[in-house]
Design a protein around this ligand. Structure first.
Ligand code: DCP
Ligand code: MG
Length: 439
């Protein structure tokens, strides 16, 4: 059962350079060549950096860093709020360019995608030629630069695209995967985070080459099936296929695990409110409305239930989501110690598919838009209803990773705001691409 991929496959991994910051620099020429930091209202605000232009990275600023730290490192930085809708639109434009080269485009976050161009080579030339053409087309048509990795496998292509950022192009010819990977630090391998790296260091493994050289049976004995797969990947073998377009997101959900299991009604209701607020905010950021609300309740014995209800009309506002979640949860939490609560909105549709969109009270909508502005500028915590103020809920709430609707999937776990919920017994691990397999 060798995972060796067919020798003639050509996979591209495309990743936009300093995406959010690059869009701002594109749209405001006066920002070009300047240290631009996207992620909040200013250097002394709460929240974290979403991304920094390469000019700002020179000062040590990077994604997921507290804005305050960024302000200290880069006092002349230009701090801008996150304009999620705009980046979403630009992301779609880039995908449209990519699809001119192959129908097999698999977006994996807001700014990266895999392409299988095997079938396009007759028409467009070899992998490198196609990569150059795509870079040119994205620059011409969208006004942004991308970095591209070309390889026989997704794993190697992804590592390659990251090696010469920005505006990079790295081609790994078939058969040279293992040699290409060997000198790289182990952390470059997909699925190897800090914990895995530490476990592997016990075996003297520093580089991917060290890992590839470990006997397969040792890896299997020590790490089970994950170990076998790690060994294969270290040799550049992975049979993972480009799956074409993923389905659009079907739901947006937030979950919260209590530090201490709680039966306190106030605590439970405040949590539901916070979760509903987070979900509604993301619906608005994504420009969709939801027609179904689901609550998930896990008690101290790990017994988990979900309850679902369809709304009378689709919404992207906190109140109807909260009200429904509360009604669904109330009878279920009574007399129990609650470990985890989740609120999920599904049945998503874009407003132009919904004749009811215009039915909102325009004043209410303006107020919500103002809230969103503050939330984007100062972080999710800035908007707190009176009831949430005294709560000690960690903010912002944990997200479902991997919802292509906002496609901030590979937002790394070090972003406190986006740390994936810990995997608990009886729960399927979430399909996070950057997850640490041995953690
Ligand atoms: N992002 C975020 N929070 C993070 C990481 C990323 O909000 N912790 C957002 C902002 C980025 C976008 O996702 O612009 C893409 O993430 P990348 O990791 O690809 O980072 P960039 O595209 O900004 O930079 P690079 O040139 O390193 O790809
Ligand atoms: Mg990027």
């Amino acid at each position: 059962m060798s995972p060796e991929p067919p020798i003639d496959r050509t996979i591209l991994h495309v990743d936009l350079d300093a995406f959010f910051a690059a869009v701002e620099q594109r749209d405001r020429p006066e920002l070009r060549g300047k240290p631009v930091i996207v992620g909040g209202g200013g250097p002394n605000q709460r929240g974290v950096v979403s991304t920094a232009s390469y000019e700002a990275r020179v000062f040590g600023v990077h994604s997921a860093m507290p804005l305050r730290t960024a302000g200290a490192l880069c006092p002349h930085g230009i701090f801008l709020p996150v304009d999620g809708r705009k980046y979403g639109r630009v992301s779609k434009e880039v995908l449209a360019v990519l699809r001119r080269f192959t129908p097999l485009v698999e977006p994996i976050s807001i700014d990266e995608a895999f392409l299988d161009v095997t079938g396009s080579r007759k028409l467009f030339g070899d992998g490198e030629t196609i990569a150059r053409a795509i870079k040119q087309a994205v620059t011409n048509d969208v006004g942004l630069t991308i970095s591209v990795g070309v390889a026989r496998t997704k794993l190697v292509a992804k590592i390659a695209s990251d090696l010469r950022k920005p505006d990079g192009l790295v081609v790994v010819p078939p058969g040279t995967e293992a040699a290409f990977l060997a000198p790289l630090p182990i952390g470059r391998l997909w699925g190897v985070g800090a914990k895995s790296a530490a476990a592997l260091r016990e075996y003297g493994v520093q580089t991917i080459g060290d890992l590839a050289a470990l006997p397969a049976d040792l890896l299997e004995r020590r790490f089970g099936i994950v170990g076998t797969s790690l060994g294969d990947r270290a040799r550049g073998l992975d049979g993972d296929r480009v799956t074409g377009e993923r389905e659009a997101a079907k739901s947006i959900g937030h979950e919260h695990t209590f530090d201490v299991d709680s039966s306190d009604r106030e605590v439970i209701e405040r949590s539901l409110l916070g979760l509903s607020e987070g979900v509604a905010g993301r619906l608005r950021d994504s420009g969709v409305k939801a027609s179904t609300v689901t609550v998930k309740i896990r008690d101290s014995s790990f017994h988990t239930i979900t309850r679902q209800r369809t709304l009378r009309e689709p919404t992207d506002l906190t109140e109807p989501i909260y009200r429904t979640a509360l009604e669904l949860a109330r009878p279920e939490v009574r007399g129990k110690k609650i470990r985890l609560l989740g609120v999920t909105a599904s049945g998503l549709a874009e407003p132009d598919q919904l004749s009811l969109f215009a039915a909102d009270d325009p004043r209410r909508r303006r107020a919500v838009e103002a809230e969103d502005l503050v939330r984007h500028r100062y972080g999710d915590r800035a908007i707190t209803r009176a009831r949430l103020v005294r709560s000690r809920l960690p903010a912002p709430f944990e997200r479902d990773p991997m919802t292509p609707v906002d496609m901030r999937t590979h937002v790394r776990a070090e972003t406190a705001a986006d740390a994936p919920a810990p995997i608990e017994p009886g729960e399927e691990p979430d399909p996070i691409v950057d997850d640490d397999v041995l953690a």
